[in-house]
Design a protein around this ligand. Structure first.
Ligand code: SAM
Ligand code: SF4
Ligand code: F3S
Length: 441
């Protein structure tokens, strides 16, 4: 039996898969260690969506090479797994052949466990599964009362900037009943919040059942206190999912709806299949159904040929919608994506300047939106202590806990009782940077 260390990068899908892999490894009798220095085998679950994610892993491999040289009792073995393996794994393996023993792709990640004995005798292997199969989701290793529940894998869209369809393959939908059973099992194990996952989650389909059917069944049958889902695609988005938020109090009134750009010419080049007017109309309709819904988004600035005026369109749409949460990126060329060869790449300096404007605009909007929540009463699921908790404890005798309200706003509460893992009624009484100050009621 081996000592394994898991290191995970990228999106929630990677986190969900890593949680399942840790559980499966323990079931096989392996020990999960807390730091890489204690491990026999390190499994790096990689991401390729931006170059920074790949570079970070290269840096880690450099560190592990050094660690291996300093180690005299046994060799350190590395399994490079996931999206980066699919994308550039062979080159990385060549560069780090002394420590990377197995390249493993994005399919059937759990089958790597069959290779561990081979690894112990240093037999090198390459593993890329032929088809994706869903692993049972397990409670999050970080917060045992939350779980990511993948319902579909891969993506049938062809956004011209994106590596995901290449590294994850075509969309595959999970069996409806299997998801329901998995959701119930998670709740039995103590999970309070379920986050359903899919790259374009609205396209979920299984034997005539669609995302609203799945959400409704989970809301009614699973016993989960809070249910949310990621990521909605503006073209595929279904209003029924918002209507469910009005019917079921355990459906979180929160929606992640990336718009990427506020300019229709750029959206067309991105192959997003909607224009900005259609997007804004959908947001308006969503707010008619659920006026207090909290929206979040992803934006890319500096896509090839984006002019200053086109960036201003993004800024305008951003200010029109007023998102509570926004993940903002500068365009990053990804090898083997259509946009790689587009002419008119934007200077890094311009991209950084546009990103900075967007980030500052977001801060302003967010603080106004948070101020608008002052005085409201809701519930929050507390998940961790704040980094100032010990300092506050020394001063006041109370610790400081962070939670997420039902609409996914971060709130902070001082308490002499450990609040972690509990869903509690709170009143939001002040706003502070990106969080709300709250008290228990
Ligand atoms: N499927 C989701 C969707 O369509 O919104 C998003 C998946 S992707 C993992 C997460 C985000 O990364 C995207 O929404 C996009 O904003 C960003 N992204 C993807 N490729 C990128 C690239 N080449 N450069 C910069 N950002 C990128
Ligand atoms: Fe990438 Fe587009 Fe698919 Fe999202 S919908 S994963 S951005 S190709
Ligand atoms: Fe990254 Fe792969 Fe997710 S590229 S964002 S880990 S699907």
């Amino acid at each position: 039996m081996a000592k394994l260390f898991f290191e995970t990068y990228g999106c929630q899908m990677n986190l969900a898969e890593a949680d399942s892999l840790v559980t499966k490894s323990e079931q096989r009798g392996h020990t999960i260690v807390e730091c890489p220095e204690d491990a026999d085998i390190i499994i790096i679950n990689t991401c390729s969506v931006r170059l920074t994610a790949e570079n970070h892993v290269i840096g880690r491999l450099g560190y592990y090479r050094m660690l291996n040289k300093e180690r005299h009792d046994r060799d350190l073995r590395i399994i490079l797994m996931g999206c980066m393996s699919e994308n550039v794994g062979l080159e990385v393996k060549k560069q780090f052949s002394d420590i990377v023993s197995i390249l493993w792709g994005t399919y059937n990640k759990d089958l790597f466990l069959d290779y561990i004995e081979d690894l112990v005798v240093k037999q090198e292997s390459l593993g890329f599964g032929a088809a994706y199969s869903f692993m049972p989701a397990t409670p999050s290793k970080e917060y045992s009362f939350k779980a990511f529940l993948p319902i579909s894998h891969g993506c049938n869209k062809h956004c011209s900037y994106c590596i995901v369809p290449k590294v994850r393959g075509l969309e595959k939908n999970r069996d409806f009943q299997e998801i329901i059973d998995n959701a119930k099992q998670l709740v039995d194990e103590g999970v309070k919040e379920l986050c359903l996952l899919g790259q374009t989650i609205d396209t979920y389909k299984h034997e005539g059942k669609r995302l609203p059917d799945l959400l409704e069944t989970i809301a009614r049958q699973s016993g989960a206190e809070r249910i949310t889902f990621l990521t909605s695609h503006p073209r595929e988005f279904l209003y029924e999912t918002i209507e469910l938020m009005n019917t079921y109090s355990n459906m979180m009134p929160f929606l992640h709806l990336p718009f990427q750009s506020g300019n229709s010419r750029i959206l067309k080049l991105m192959k997003r299949n909607y224009n900005i007017e259609e997007y804004l109309e959908k947001v308006e309709n969503i707010r008619k159904i659920r006026p207090d819904i909290i929206l979040s988004t992803d934006i890319i600035v500096g896509f090839p040929t984006e002019t200053e005026a086109e960036f201003e369109d993004t800024l305008k749409a951003f200010k029109t919608v007023r998102y509570n949460e926004a993940f903002m990126y500068r365009y990053n060329t990804r090898p083997n994506t259509p946009a790689e060869n587009f002419e008119g790449q934007v200077d890094e300096e311009d991209k950084l300047r546009r990103l900075d404007i967007l980030v500052r605009t977001h801060r302003g909007i967010m603080s106004e939106l948070l101020a608008g929540q002052i005085g409201s009463k809701t519930t929050a699921l507390f998940d961790r202590e704040s980094k100032y908790s010990d300092k506050i404890f020394a001063e006041t005798g109370q610790k400081q806990y962070l939670g997420r309200t039902l609409n996914n706003t971060v709130c902070i509460v001082d308490s002499s009782v450990d609040l972690r893992g509990n869903v509690l009624a709170v009143e939001l009484y002040d706003s502070l940077n990106a969080v709300m100050k709250a008290k228990l009621i």
